[in-house]
Design a protein around this ligand. Structure first.
Ligand code: PEP
Ligand code: MG
Length: 321
């Protein structure tokens, strides 16, 4: 098995019936890129930029950020890098921001909500990203989008910063894709409308599951309700993928579910284009996909969508072996 994985390191990810999907990695710092390449990652599907802001006593400067983004883009040598703008607040605190305590941090003032309010912080990150864009294949992704208005507002700020840089004579890539995370049910439900305006979606199942099932992802006592294979989740995923494809847009997934051996056959069958996972899951996933026919998995996914419980879905997938 180790031998097989080693061999797959430099191969693309192709199903038994010849369909290519992209296996990408989630990273938190530039130091993680070596592991992505070692494991044959075809892209970075999620760069969580929070770590740049954590573990220090003030906001990271534009140049500190620029250097981090540039390093990742250069090391990936033209492979796509999806950078998520700051997803802080709620449970992930920044002492120097002095955010108010909240009753429901996961439903509170975080991520894009905070960035649209604190545009001083947001604009510095966007400038750093735009400046770094000439060093590789950058894609920018906004987290926790709940409404189309938020996406439009965030994109408008990004385009303003781009214009300012142009006026200063600073080079910026002209082909930067702008996408959103789909991790709030309202956005999944409205995916057909979003799909006309975004360049891509990345489904954040870690949060999408907790918000859909109303089960805190950190709370052990309700963890039995945190069900990736619940058909309700699968139907939302299908809605998002179908909506994107109707508009010619691509869809990734960057929650834990994307690297899960039980979920992968269904996600392949639903037509997911990009799977972003921890680097160590890439080779096992590539091996698994190489043994699956997407046409067969389309039928499997159709069956799964008609089931009533997560247990039934698990049994269906396990019956494949
Ligand atoms: C997600 O919500 O699925 C996700 C990838 O983001 P995070 O785990 O950082 O909230
Ligand atoms: Mg999330």
């Amino acid at each position: 098995q180790m031998e097989e994985w080693k061999q797959l390191r430099t191969e693309p990810t192709v199903s038994k019936d010849g369909i290519h999907v992209e296996l990408a990695a989630n990273i938190g710092t530039p130091n993680d890129v070596a592991g992505v390449l070692d494991n044959g990652g075809e892209a970075v599907g999620l760069y969580r930029t929070e770590f740049l802001y954590m573990g220090r006593d003030k906001l990271p400067s534009e140049n500190v950020q620029y250097n981090a983004y540039k390093t990742v883009l250069e090391q990936m040598e033209g492979k796509p890098v999806v950078v998520r703008t700051l997803d802080i607040g709620g449970d992930k605190e920044l002492p120097y921001l002095d955010l108010p305590k909240e009753m429901n941090p996961f439903l509170g003032f975080r991520a894009i909500r905070l960035c649209l309010d604190r545009q001083d912080i947001f604009r510095i990150q966007l400038r750093a990203l735009l400046r770094a864009s000439v060093h590789g294949n950058l894609r920018i992704m906004f987290p926790m989008i709940a409404t189309l208005a938020e996406f439009r507002a965030a994109k408008a700020v990004l385009l303003e910063e781009k214009d300012k840089l142009a006026a200063e004579g600073i080079a910026v890539a002209h082909d930067i894709q702008i996408g959103i995370m789909v991790e709030i049910p309202s956005t999944a439900v409205l995916a057909d409308v979003f799909a006309k305006e975004v360049d891509f979606f990345s489904i954040g199942t870690n949060d999408l599951i907790q918000y859909t099932m109303a089960a805190d992802r950190m709370n052990e006592q309700v963890s039995y309700l945190y069900q990736p294979y619940n058909p309700a989740i699968l139907r939302l995923v299908k809605m998002v993928i179908d909506a994107a494809h109707r508009e010619g847009k691509w869809v990734g997934m960057c929650g834990e579910m994307a690297g899960d051996a039980v979920a992968i056959p269904i996600l392949l069958g639903l037509g997911l284009d990009e799977f972003s996972m921890s680097a160590s899951s890439i080779l096992p996933a590539r091996s698994q996909i190489s043994k699956l026919s997407r046409a067969d998995m389309e039928r499997l996914a159709e069956q799964a969508l008609q089931l009533g419980t997560a247990e039934e879905v698990t049994q269906l997938v396990q019956s494949l072996q």
